[in-house]
Write a protein that binds this ligand. Structure first.
Ligand code: HEM
Length: 453
């Protein structure tokens, strides 16, 4: 990475092509994966099945106001694995590894837009490996084992706080608190600043919704369903605050490095050059979002799965040894990262569909994780499933989730202590899921249980 390298500038010059070859399937779905409301009742698993059965490689309409052509939707496990394992053909860098649309210039949030691009998830080749290597020491077994001791204590404290209540919103009291604590320990964020991360996360989960609503307002004017303008203002000020804080702490750690991940990022040198401010902003956004949101939503999602499957709950409570497989099965069913994206760099073929260069391809992990070719009776939540760990929720290949060991460790600590202390828990009302087709964002999970003093 040469001095001054800013990926977000480069990406804007990259053109996406219409499909070069005729579509193997002429199937036209009535529903759209661009409809964010579709994701507020959990992942649209029936729609995934419809696409997998009728058009496993389906050409989808573009996201709203996307000036580019649409995108190929992959729903089969094997196809998603194939694309993820061939990064020389399917690039994360050419037009990002995560954004389904770059949008039009007037619809881009000035700060969020660039920062969603300038980080390692969107790099290929040596630059990606170099930056990933800088993060690695904080995800190695020895480090995670030490971290686990602190996490055990933290889980105990969080559960002590809810024990006398008898009911609570699990997201607010526990699921959003634990990953913030763990990540802050890894990053080296002072205790006094940690609650700020909780509020930033809530707004970031709504980023997609605000973006789409602002586009609607430009086209249709303000309607009854438009979000309160004060809310949009608050969203923008939260985003500014989050980046100002990231800039401040990263520059502090560049000057006075400590033994933490933010110091490693702040002082990372790729090809001999320090990261640009854009890459510092982007790396901050990536780690804060990736490290929090995913684990938090898996924690809450697993509670709903246990509530909805009482036989499995009983089985687990009576057999704590099943916990690791229960966690794999939970991650499979929740699939908290809904999709990632790649761009073809050359002529290729996926499952018999010919694809030309520079076409957009989206990997729908929740669909792959319910592919009946891999998972028997895929919609059944089965904590004894023998191949539950074959899910693709953490991705696969060079960009495989770096935080996987930290996520699994937190999930283990949380569920083991929670189930031992509150075996009679039940859901106490409806859950609330944010309108978002990138992350499965559970914002409310009301539960009740026998209070304990
Ligand atoms: C259940 C929890 C989690 C899930 C399901 C998850 C899922 C994912 C997925 C799907 C990817 C992208 C894979 C790809 O594009 O091929 C990813 C990348 C990443 N995740 Fe996670 N994640 C989780 C937890 C975490 C945690 C706890 C951290 C950090 C503390 C983290 C940090 C990262 C980072 C840094 C990357 C980028 C890796 C790269 O580009 O090389 N994740 N994760």
């Amino acid at each position: 990475m040469s001095s001054g390298y800013v990926l977000s500038d480069e990406v804007l010059d990259h053109k996406i092509n219409e499909p070069a070859y005729s579509k193997k399937s002429s199937y036209k779905a009535e529903k759209s994966l661009n409809d964010l409301d579709l994701f507020t009742k959990g992942q649209p698993v029936d729609f995934y099945k419809e696409l997998r059965d009728n058009a496993p490689i389906y050409f989808h309409d573009p996201m709203p106001t996307d000036p580019e052509p649409g995108y190929w939707v992959l729903t089969r496990h094997e196809d998603i694995k194939h694309v993820s394992m061939n990064p020389k053909i399917f690039s994360s860098q050419y037009a990002t590894g995560n954004l389904l649309t770059l949008g039009t210039e007037e619809n881009r949030h000035p700060k969020l837009f660039k920062s969603t691009i300038d980080h390692m998830l969107n790099l290929d080749g040596e630059m990606h490996l170099g930056l990933r290597k800088e993060h690695m020491p904080f995800f190695k077994p020895g480090y995670v084992e030490d971290l686990q001791k602190k996490v055990t204590i933290k889980v105990g404290q969080l559960l002590d706080q809810i024990a006398p209540m008898g009911e609570c919103n699990l997201v607010k009291e526990v699921s959003q608190q634990l990953p913030i604590y763990t990540l802050s320990e890894i990053l080296g964020i002072p205790e006094a600043d940690r609650q700020k991360l909780v509020s930033w996360m809530e707004f970031l989960e709504l980023a997609q919704y605000f973006a789409v609503e602002q586009i609607k307002q430009q086209n249709e004017g303000i309607t009854d369903s438009s979000p309160d303008p004060a809310m949009i203002e608050l969203f923008n000020s939260m985003v500014d605050e989050m980046f100002d804080y990231g800039k401040h702490i990263l520059l502090k750690k560049r000057k006075n490095p400590e033994d933490d991940l933010l110091s490693a990022i702040a002082n990372a040198k790729i090809e001999g050059e320090e990261l640009t401010q854009e890459f510092l902003d982007g790396s901050w956004l990536l780690i804060v979002f990736a490290g929090n949101d995913t684990t938090r939503n898996t924690m809450s999602g697993g509670i709903k799965l246990l509530h909805d499957n009482q036989d499995q709950k009983e089985l687990l409570i009576n057999n704590p040894d099943y916990l690791p497989n229960f966690i794999n099965e939970t991650v499979r069913c929740v699939s908290p990262v809904i999709h990632m994206r790649r761009t073809s760099l050359e002529e290729t073929e996926i499952n018999g569909q010919r694809i030309g260069p520079y076409e957009k391809i989206a990997l729908w992990y929740g669909a792959a994780n319910r592919d009946p070719e891999i998972f028997d009776d895929p919609d059944r939540f089965n904590i004894l499933r023998e191949n539950a760990d074959k899910h693709l929720a953490f991705g696969i290949g060079r960009h495989t989730c770096l935080g996987k060991p930290v996520a699994l460790m937190q999930l283990k600590e949380f569920y083991s202590q929670f189930l031992a202390r509150f075996p009679d828990f039940e859901m106490n009302g409806e859950w609330k899921v944010a309108p978002n087709n990138f992350v499965h964002a559970i914002q409310e999970m009301p539960i009740k249980f026998s209070p304990k003093s």
